[in-house]
Design a protein around this ligand. Structure first.
Ligand code: ATP
Length: 294
């Protein structure tokens, strides 16, 4: 038994460079079997948030499914963050960082089981200068890497790797910034300043092992230097990172001011260079389907 009546499937036709036909047909079939209404919205890249909100109202949608990458998921999250509707994800992007964090499996049938399965968490939503972030944002070297990757013609993990060396050579790290929260003000320098709602990057690196996406708190990660052994530890999901390499500060709101403009990314999307990031959290605003707990 499912506890919703009208489902809207939002698909991004260009994400991940793959056809969404199989996703659409399988979801349609499954909902028909469950006697649940099926509605489809294909993103255009323009006015999608407003169009989705209008459809939710017009068709009385009570659950959404997203077939796309992190950018498409964030767009839907933005549309529903103040509404009493839930969502499930069918990862279909070039980057699927949220799916990695929520342990969504690779097989489409299992993804649909989970997206319609009735097990949820109420995720916190981060707003960074009013831009939605669900898993991981940062300033500094990783954002520079993403910018160079977006500009390059070689895609996939190999393209990402290929960009690492020139980015590391050209980057002027560390950079200086201040962090101001309700409890403290600190001046710091870092090679990478992470803002984490979840544990991992889409690559699987577990940089925030103790973070929880539904606890009303996010973490600021100050990477003081690049250390090969610590990077390996994050890839192995080890929980004790060396505090002289990365310091982790759990907070509920923060403002970050950089001395010079720094590269900035949220959930894998490059957002330009910034000097000022205002971060607020919308606690437990997003009801999102996850695998059944063991
Ligand atoms: N019909 C469309 N045509 C062009 N762009 C679109 C269309 N629909 C959505 N978009 C854009 O797709 C982006 C989101 O893509 P998403 O992150 O889900 O997939 P992706 O394959 O991981 O993309 P990327 O490689 O850019 O991260 C948004 O910037 C959105 O504006």
């Amino acid at each position: 038994m499912v506890n919703f009546k009208e489902v809207l499937l939002v698909v991004n036709p260009i994400s991940g460079g793959i056809s969404k036909k199989e996703i659409i047909e399988k979801v349609r079939e499954r909902l028909q079997k469950l006697s649940v209404g099926f509605h489809l919205y294909t993103t255009s890249g323009k006015e999608d948030i407003q169009d989705i909100k209008n459809l939710i109202g017009d068709k009385k949608i009570d659950h959404l499914l997203v077939g796309g990458g992190d950018g498409t998921i964030n767009l839907v999250a933005d549309a529903i963050k103040e509404l009493d509707v839930s969502m499930g994800i069918i990862p279909a992007g070039s980057a699927n960082g949220l799916a990695v964090n929520l342990n969504i499996p690779k097989q489409l049938d299992k993804q649909i089981d989970i997206a319609l399965g009735g097990h949820y968490i109420n995720m916190d939503v981060l707003c960074l200068n009013e831009i939605i972030c669900l898993h991981m944002s940062d300033l500094g070297i990783n954002a520079e890497l993403i910018r160079n990757y977006e500009d390059s013609s070689i895609r996939g993990k190999f393209g990402y790797l290929l960009q690492s060396l020139p980015t590391l050579i050209q980057s002027e790290f560390p950079f200086h910034f201040t962090i101001e929260t309700e409890d403290f003000k600190r001046e710091e320098k870092a090679v990478l300043l992470g803002i984490a709602n979840a544990n991992k990057y889409g690559t699987g690196a577990n940089v925030n092992p103790k973070g929880k996406p539904d606890d009303g708190v996010f973490e600021i990660l100050i990477f003081k230097r690049l250390n090969f052994m610590e990077i390996i530890k994050t890839l192995r999901n080890e929980v004790d990172l060396d505090p002289s390499v990365v310091e982790i500060l759990p907070v509920k709101s923060a403002r970050i001011k950089c001395r010079k403009p720094e590269a900035f990314q949220a959930d894998g999307e490059y957002l330009g260079k910034v000097t000022d990031v205002q971060i607020r959290i919308l606690p437990q605003k997003l009801k999102i389907a996850v695998p059944k707990p063991n």
